[in-house]
Design a binder for this molecule. Structure first.
Ligand code: AMP
Ligand code: GLY
Length: 428
């Protein structure tokens, strides 16, 4: 079969890499792809927001399956466009993707279907927000309603900090129209975990839970990013908590979306806080995670093409996914300054890596004039798998310095606290 992967990140590289292992797959294309994806697929220069051009391309080449990585084309309606043309595509419709595209829709939906989440006040203007901030306790969380690449959320410790941030959203328009409405949310404490399922709108199969590290700097400090590292298993998630997540969050969400006339198909991603009162939804994403996918693809034993095709056909049957017992870890090599302004266009050198268990998934890389250059904030995901998480992490950290470019930076503490907590839990 012929498959198209839409996107240009390390998540899409991991998806294309896994699809390449399927005996069902003969040809893989990527729009637009990157220098790493080009090793396993033919890249075509169509941007992820150009959904009509992507559909034209898929129609011309008679794609048997299209897999969409990022949220933007999903919220723009790429799935609706493909379905109109009878082209098989994996992902939710525009209306279903609002679960990620609008934090206001998502919060209202969770309230209606009693899905546990943080309390929040929805504000349409600076005045409404200022009034709400006077009643709020601190720290509090301020979220732009729309898509902001994981960077539209800040934790404020005082009214003054909150006021300054309102200015950035409403006056400076840092997030454009995505910041027309905001949520002021109760600050939750606990451990974060990413829980995803693949669903055809009725049935679903959980992916191996993963832990993502969203803060820019070590010790969970600095601004939120798209994700600086990940591992699977999540280690801290107990099986009984996973069962509770399925019962109180996943099933009501799939049923509720169907009831709303927004049947959800594709990958449903719940970003959760495991609070002392139980799991709470921080956000929904309408797609696979990045960097969670990188570690999940390393652990998935099943044929990804077969799985996605079955979901796309509308009846995934009784699917239970199989995962390697091994652990997988990922550290993102980013550019100094990310998630804010940073250098672009530096040459990226990759020194020889002897360890066969190291896999590099490219994000912001491009080949120009025979040179590998950086063109985005997250550049390469260094990933590995091993019999234990500490071994997988040790391998990743041994390989990370081999990716060299001006301003290369990565977190040094991915996984360590989770390992520590795990040891304590075992000792207790
Ligand atoms: P979101 O895009 O809504 O997932 O938020 C991005 C990140 O901000 C999350 O992964 C958390 O680290 C943090 N965050 C979001 N909402 C809250 C909350 N209510 N309490 C504490 N931290 C939060
Ligand atoms: N790793 C966070 C995300 O994919 O949104």
């Amino acid at each position: 079969m012929r498959v198209l992967v839409v996107g240009q990140g390390a998540r899409e590289h991991a998806i294309a890499w896994k699809l390449r292992q399927s005996p069902l797959v003969k040809e893989i294309y990527a729009a637009p792809g990157n220098a790493g994806i080009a090793q396993v697929a033919d890249c075509v220069n169509i941007g992820v927001a150009d959904i009509i051009e992507i559909a034209d391309f898929a129609e011309k080449l008679k794609m048997d399956l299209t897999v969409v990585g990022p949220e933007l084309p999903l919220t723009l309606g790429i799935v609706d466009e493909f379905k109109m043309r009878d082209l098989p595509i994996f992902g939710p419709s525009r209306l279903a993707a609002e679960l990620e595209g609008s934090k206001v829709f998502s919060k209202d939906f969770m309230r209606k279907y009693k899905i546990p989440t943080a309390d929040a006040i929805i504000c349409n203007s600076t005045d409404e927000a200022k009034a709400a901030l006077k009643k709020t306790s601190y720290p509090a969380v301020i979220k732009a309603e729309g898509l902001a690449g994981g960077k539209g959320v800040v934790i404020v410790k005082s009214v003054k900090e909150a006021d300054d941030y309102l200015h950035v959203i409403f006056d400076d328009k840092k997030f454009g129209n995505a910041g027309n409405r905001i949520l002021i949310e109760e600050y939750l404490t606990g451990e974060e975990v990413s829980f995803m399922v693949i669903t055809d709108g009725k049935k679903f199969a959980p992916l191996a839970p993963a832990k993502d590290y969203k803060k820019a700097f070590d010790g969970e400090s600095g601004p939120n990013t798209g994700g600086m590292g990940a591992h699977s298993p999540a280690v801290i998630l107990k099986p009984e908590t996973a069962a509770e997540i399925v019962k109180t969050i996943i099933i009501p969400t799939i049923h509720g979306m169907a009831e709303e006339g927004r049947t959800y198909t594709g990958c449903l991603y719940a970003g959760l806080m495991l609070t002392p009162k139980g799991p709470r939804v921080l956000e929904f994403n309408c797609r696979f995670g990045d960097p969670e996918t990188q570690v999940q693809m390393l652990r998935l034993e099943d044929d990804l093409a077969d799985l996605l095709l079955r979901v796309t056909s509308g009846d995934m049957g009784e699917t239970k996914l199989n995962w390697k017992k091994e652990a997988a870890a990922c550290v993102v090599i980013a550019v100094d300054g990310y998630p804010d302004d940073h250098l672009k266009g530096q040459e990226v050198a990759i020194d020889p890596i002897e360890d066969p268990n190291i896999v590099l998934f490219h994000a912001g890389t491009v080949k120009r004039g025979g040179k590998l250059l950086n063109n985005a904030g997250r550049v390469i995901s260094v990933c590995s798998h091993a019999s234990t998480l500490s071994e997988a992490l040790a391998k990743v950290y041994q390989a990370a310095p081999k990716i060299r470019f001006e301003g290369a930076r990565y977190r040094r503490d991915i996984g360590y606290r989770a390992l520590e907590q795990h040891k304590q839990a075992v000792r207790a």
